[in-house]
Every structure is written in C-alpha cells, then in structure tokens.
Design a protein around this ligand. Structure first.
Ligand code: BMA
Length: 332
C-alpha cells in the first residue's frame, strides 16, 4: 500500500555543499513547475570518526552546534539540487534557532510554518517568501506551541491551521494534542478548537502533533500527524543514548468545510520505523512527515524526516490512503 522510495534516503548530510550532519524534517511543495524543499540541518561537530569514538565511549556526544534551514529544488521530487548556502538561519540573544519547516502555497505565495526555540519558550511561526532567501515573519505564537500546518486555501473566508500547543501543568506529562485556529489575515489567530486528543489515537501513549500540510480530495482534507509512544523502560539509543520514544506517522481525513471535524482516521500507524535509516540515526525509530503532494496520477508523495538524521520519501495511491481513514472520531 505504502512504498518506501528505492532512492531513500533522498537527502542526507553528504549531499549538502556546506557543513551539514543531520538533514531531516523538511517541508516540500510544488511551486512554479518544480518541487521545492526547505530542510533542517543540525550541523554537528565531528564526523563519522567522532561518532564512532563516541560509540566506543572515547568522547562526548558530538552535539549539534548550529541548526539552519537549507533550500533544494527538484524536477522529479526524488533527486535534489541543493542551494550553495543555508537559506535561513536565525540566532540572536533571544532566538536560539528556527527548525521543522512546512511549506504551503497560498494564493500563489509560499508560506512557511516553523518552530522557533527562544530563551523564553518554543514559538510557532508563519513566514512568507517569494525567493526562498528572504522570509517575512507574519505571526509568532506565545510559548509553548509548534508544529503549525497551514491549509492551502481559506475555509469559509478565513485562513486555517493545525497547531500543537504543549500544556505542561494541566494535562500531566507530555499529553499534547492537535488544535486548530482561524485567521482573517495569517497574522492574528483565534477561534481555537481541539481537533484530536492524544487519548483518541490507539497507537500513541505520549503526544501527537500535526505533520504535513493536507491535500484536498473529494472526500475531505487528507493529512498526516505524528504520534509518540514512550516506554521509559526501553532505551532505543541511537546517538542520543537515553532515547525512549518512537515517532510514527498517522493519517486522518478532515471535513472539507469544517476541518476541525475528523471524518475518519486509521487505527494503525501509516508508517513506523522499519527501514535501517528509520531505525538508526540520531534518535532511533523516528518518522516525522513534513510534506505531502498529490500528483495528477493519484500518487501521493509523503516526505518525512527519518531518525532525526536523513530525509526520506514514501508513496501511496490517494484512494488507498482514503480507504485507511475509516475510524470515526469526534463526530461533531
Ligand atoms: C520533536 C521535535 C522534532 C524531532 C522529534 C524527534 O519534539 O523536536 O524536531 O524530530 O522531536 O526527536
């Protein structure tokens, strides 16, 4: 049903013409006759040798020293040409980094959702760009919020997004859910509603979050989400030795006219760590989709970060994905 592309990983550190180590959690869209990608690069000190020494206990973990966003284009969505330098890098006394981009083309203009770590919490932001090198920030949430995902068109006259605030005290440890918001202008957001609670995802026991911007089908908005299972007893390792969480991708269908309403979802994960590049990386067993493209043929390309280390691609037919979304949730 879903096929991992034989060229996986489709982008990794060695493909990047500047210091780069971990390439993952990219946003991807079709724009002006080609595919465009903004990818996250966590550049680490050291190289394979230092990681080998770390595994042998001879040195400390080579920590990421810089996160930046890179830009790549492609004619086929599989082979990528990477711009010669990062397209967006923000570091000030207050802002620590910008990461996990998603791209939505709205009214012909690329809009980028991103997470921003600051000294006073994590903020979710929206920016627009015309050239993929200058980014005009339109809105930034209060902390803590991230994983914002914009819909490509207005719903009943207003812009719409999914988002993932992280309530710390009121829900207990890491019980984070998917919420929505409306805006008249992409700057001011309100009318927030709960869309999916983590307790309604049978394969999550920790937290969930929106993943790639949705695609429009006759049956509804088809969209992925990430879901987290944690077993503190099971150390999954990777380069981060104490890692105990698995990230899977789930899939759901939202009502066309009221996307706060779930029409159906799958009881099973759409993708779980299986391939070696998903099982082993910086954080093992992580699937983190950020791009989803519906081709005229009905093929859906799903782009995802794998193991916080590389970018991968899986494909499926849209009808098969729709058939998975059978479990009703929150019929409003
Ligand atoms: C999330 C984010 C993602 C990352 C994932 C798995 O909380 O930080 O950027 O891919 O964890 O480590």
């Amino acid at each position: 049903m879903i096929t991992r592309h034989p060229s996986n990983p489709i982008l990794q550190g060695k493909d990047i013409p500047y210091p780069a180590s971990l390439i993952f959690n990219a946003g991807v869209a079709k724009f002006e006759g080609r595919y465009v990608m903004i990818f996250r690069n966590d550049a680490c000190e050291g190289n394979e040798d230092s990681w080998k020494e770390w595994r042998e206990g001879k040195r400390e973990l080579p920590a990421p020293f810089e996160t930046n966003l890179g830009f790549a284009t492609s004619q086929d969505g599989v082979r990528w040409e990477v711009a010669p330098k990062p397209c967006w890098k923000v570091k000030t006394d207050e802002i620590l980094r910008v990461y996990d981009p998603r791209i939505t083309i709205i009214e012909g203009v690329p809009h980028i959702c991103f997470a921003m770590d600051t000294r006073h919490g994590v903020r979710g932001g929206i920016a627009r760009t015309t050239d993929f090198s200058n980014f005009e920030i339109l809105s930034l949430s209060t902390p803590d919020n991230r994983n914002m995902v914009l819909f490509p068109e207005k719903i009943a006259g207003r812009y719409f997004r999914l988002e993932r605030p992280f309530p710390v005290y009121s829900r207990g440890r890491d019980r984070f859910d998917i919420w929505s918001g409306f805006s008249p202008d992409l700057r001011y957001w309100g009318d927030h509603e709960l869309v999916l609670g983590v307790e309604d995802v049978p394969f999550a026991n920790d937290k969930i979050g929106p993943a790639a911007p949705p695609i429009k089908t006759a049956k509804g908005w088809l969209t992925t989400f990430h879901s987290v299972r944690r077993d503190p007893e099971v150390n999954l390792g990777g380069w981060e030795k104490s890692w105990t969480k698995r990230y899977d991708a789930g899939i759901m269908l939202l009502d066309l006219e009221n996307p706060t309403r779930i029409v159906g979802m799958s009881k099973q994960p759409l993708l779980s760590g299986e391939a070696p590049y998903e099982r082993h990386g910086f954080r093992n067993d992580v699937i983190f989709p950020g791009g989803m493209i519906l081709e005229d043929s009905g093929e859906v390309k799903i782009y995802y970060g794998a193991a916080d280390a590389v970018e991968a691609l899986a494909t499926a037919h849209v009808d098969d994905l729709l058939k998975l979304c059978t479990e009703p949730r929150f019929a409003k």
